[in-house]
Design a protein around this ligand. Sequence first.
Ligand code: IMP
Ligand code: MG
Length: 177
Amino acid sequence: MESVIIKDKKFEVSITASAISQRVKELGAKLNEDLKNTRPIFVSVLNGSFLFAADLFREIKMDAEITFIRVSSYEGTQSTGSVKSVVGIKESLEGRTVVIIEDIVDTGDTAVYLINELKKQNPKQVLFASLLLKPDALKHPVKIDYVGFEVPNDFLVGYGLDYDGLGRNLKDIYTLA
Ligand code: IMP
Ligand code: MG
């Protein structure tokens, strides 16, 4: 099996570039069907989703917009745990069909936070597309409308996902060996 070393860890291929490409086309076709007669705005969550967003967006056949946000998290100064904020949204989402694009949903913390934050702008609907979902890691009952692949609760890199900032440029997705 093809493997790579990133820093101190060895990873093995788990989802090939061709499987990703095939699945992204299927998700695009589903979105084209579900969102026809809307002019959706896609919201790509940086950094991890940039490749998935680029590939998925090219499958969209209707008039559509795309914008990019970042979720910055920092440790709270009190016992509140981690505090997050969304940066980067300049467009008005009022009345819009919004599709959040993520690389992976793990615990679901980020997904729940993002959906709640974007809903504050009174969009018509907020949909969520994630290339990967770890069902066994989910801590929240969050609905991910479009899922590329369900994966085991292991650490993954490649196709946008990183290990300490590295590995995002790998064309396949790899799992920790
Ligand atoms: P959540 O808030 O726990 O769902 O985590 C979401 C974020 O954690 C993702 O957007 C990723 O940035 C990161 N993450 C979770 N699992 C992995 C992984 O296996 N590899 C790389 N990043 C991950
Ligand atoms: Mg992410």
